[in-house]
Design a protein around this ligand. Sequence first.
Ligand SMILES: [Zn+2]
Length: 406
Amino acid sequence: MGTKRLYYDEPALRQFDAQVLSCKPFTATASAPCHAQGAWAATLDQTAFYPTSGGQPNDLGKLGDADVLDVLDEGEEIVHVLDRPIPLGPVRGVIDWPRRFDHMQQHTGQHLLSAILQARFNLPTVSFHLGAAVSTIDLRGPEPDANLLEQAERAANEIIFENRLVAIRCGTAEELARLGVRKQVDRQGVLRAIQIQDVDLQPCGGTHVAATGEIGMLLIRRCAKIRQDWRVEFLCGARAERAARADRAVVRSAAESLKCADDDVSESVKRAAAEREALFKSLRSTTERLAEAEARLALQEIAPAENGTRIVARVLEGVEPVYLAKFATHIAQTAGTVALLARKECGHLAFAQHPSVGKDMSALLKNVLEKLGGKGGGTRDFARGGLSRVEDAQAAVELATSLFKE
Ligand SMILES: [Zn+2]
């Protein structure tokens, strides 16, 4: 004898009395391959606990003293996975109602949204997932644009505001087809279908609210391409409320950072991004000109060695990261010069030479990094890298200078 499913006829049932028919240590099944060690599995003569199925997650709650960890649909029987054993005989079950009601809101919202997308926009739903954070439906057909989704959202909310009845219908596949079920159903016997008054009739074994007003509100969040289909994310009820509040907090925080009114956030962000772009370009050209001027100055200050080579060996401080390479490049543009540079703040190194110097900067860098630690590489005339220890910047420049002179 199978378990009587009380949630079929009484989806609003929050607690119920039943008889425990069996309770034994839980062993993995196909629908639940693994569970915490020490879990127990109980079956009852009847239950209001909904098992994971049809895209809707299982209920949680209490069965006697035990916490219900999972609920499995094992064909005829419903298996309650518990954290401890319970005695055979009478037991009271209590459903975690906020969780279940949330599932009922999302699930009924899905029926409504899918029905509207099918009837008005010819976009059939090919799959449904009720997630812990968001729910999704996958649509097949041409891409639904923002305007279409907004229309569907508004149509769904109008039906929610009209508080239409959501009824449970039972009948054979043939009888349901006569009532207007579109979906082809192959199962035999008496089937269960959910009817939203004058909107939709769908075969479904899940739990639903009694009237559309209980859905509260439906919000479409985003739409993305998943393989050949379009995945639409939506939220109903308290989830929609929480999302609206979270969005609001984001706008408020952005407005505070931008020092503007909430309504001006979008314009302010655009302006800030344009300004940043302009400043970046300006900084780049200023850095270039500064590097060129300072390179010229540095070469004037340093007298050539006996062999005519001029070495600019420095640890730079308070300059942009990109400045190091630019400065080195400008110095090395003059015949007979070499730049051996480090940046104090990050321990980056840049070694550059005019080809006429005839040494190997890459080999020199490698030598320095072998002794002090770090990573880098380059060509004969230009090499750069980073020290493992930032505080070795001065030592690296001194070492490079002495190795260069060898
Ligand atoms: Zn359903």
